[in-house]
Design a protein around this ligand. Structure first.
Ligand SMILES: [Zn+2]
Length: 318
């Protein structure tokens, strides 16, 4: 235990001294602005808008130097969308997960993969999952989950600047169609581009843009890998945050699809709010400074685990 703490402190110091591709509030805001723009109309799965968002994510990966795995960033799948009960036919649309890749440097540990994920879709113009009586109004989903998507892009950029230190490999996955029943992550785990046994940890960010004054960052699943609760507590405090770390309470977003396949997971968020699943979940309510701190926290987490050669294995939580 003492060794882990020393390791974490050491990596925290060296890494803060040498990092270049910083996570900035400005860059987070640029991503949020694009994702929540009127023209993206609440990011519903399928069609032209979906393709435009996927293109944006791929371009950002390319720009940052994040490679594809085996030449393909896009993982296509078909999604049956949730419809109102009185609608006889389900909408069946083509949508995508977007996968970026950094290969680890250790000849053995590079075969172990850490997945960092966030869903990029939202409710479009509302639909049956909306909590608002305003139908046919854009549901911007700034917190849910433009925030996680923006964090994913920024963390990826910063991690690639530390590439030479990484022992394990990393997948960055922007999932499609989460709001329709975790469809993107379900598709991924059932059609994984690597044998699923190689995935040692999945960290998911869903709603990370509304850090409160007490700086509470909530997470479930930290007990699903060795020393997870301690690691998440130490690193959170190192960022000046107040992490509320649950060993179990795995939760309800894309990481659940991985947990069901006996993969260690952490689901991270900054808490619920009255604007959840309404048109009022907008950019002006995002705490950018807070989102930056949470992004740095997740960055430190992925980095520490990708560097630290300690054995990782799945621990079931009930
Ligand atoms: Zn969400």
């Amino acid at each position: 235990m003492k060794q882990i703490i020393l390791f974490l402190i050491f990596s925290f110091i060296t890494i803060s001294l040498f990092s270049q591709a910083n996570i900035t509030e400005n860059e987070l805001q640029d991503h949020l602005r694009f994702l929540t723009s009127e023209s993206n109309a609440g990011r519903p799965p399928g069609g032209k808008i979906n393709r435009k968002i996927v293109k944006y994510i791929i371009n950002d990966f390319k720009h940052a130097g994040i490679k594809s795995y085996h030449g393909k960033y896009k993982q296509k799948f078909y999604a049956d969308l949730r419809v109102y009960e009185d609608q006889p036919k389900k909408d069946h649309v083509k949508t995508y997960n977007v996968i970026g890749y950094i290969e680890g440097n250790d000849p053995k540990l590079k075969n172990e993969i850490i997945v960092l994920g966030a869903h990029y879709d939202h409710l479009g113009m509302g639909g049956p999952s909306s909590k608002s009586d305003k139908r046919n109004t854009i549901h911007y989903g700034a917190d849910d989950n433009a925030s996680g998507t923006a964090a994913l892009l920024e963390i990826a950029e910063k991690l690639v600047s530390q590439k030479s230190k990484l022992k394990r490999s990393i997948f960055f996955i922007a999932f499609g169609a989460e709001e329709h029943g975790l469809l993107g992550s379900k598709h991924f785990v059932n059609n994984s581009v690597v044998p699923i046994s190689q995935i040692k940890l999945m960290i998911n960010m869903d709603m990370v843009g509304r850090l409160n004054d007490e700086k509470h960052v909530y997470m479930g699943g930290a007990g699903t890998f060795p020393n997870g609760v301690e690691i998440m507590t130490i690193l959170g405090k190192g960022q000046g945050l107040n992490p509320i770390v649950h060993a179990g309470s795995v939760g309800g977003s894309d990481h659940v699809s991985f947990y069901k396949k006996d993969i260690s997971v952490i689901g991270i968020h900054t808490g619920g709010h009255p604007q959840y699943h309404t048109p009022e979940d907008t950019l002006d309510l995002i705490n950018l400074e807070g989102q930056k701190a949470v992004s740095e926290y997740v960055y430190q987490t992925v980095l520490s685990i990708a560097i630290n050669p300690d054995e990782l294995h799945f621990i079931r939580q009930d």
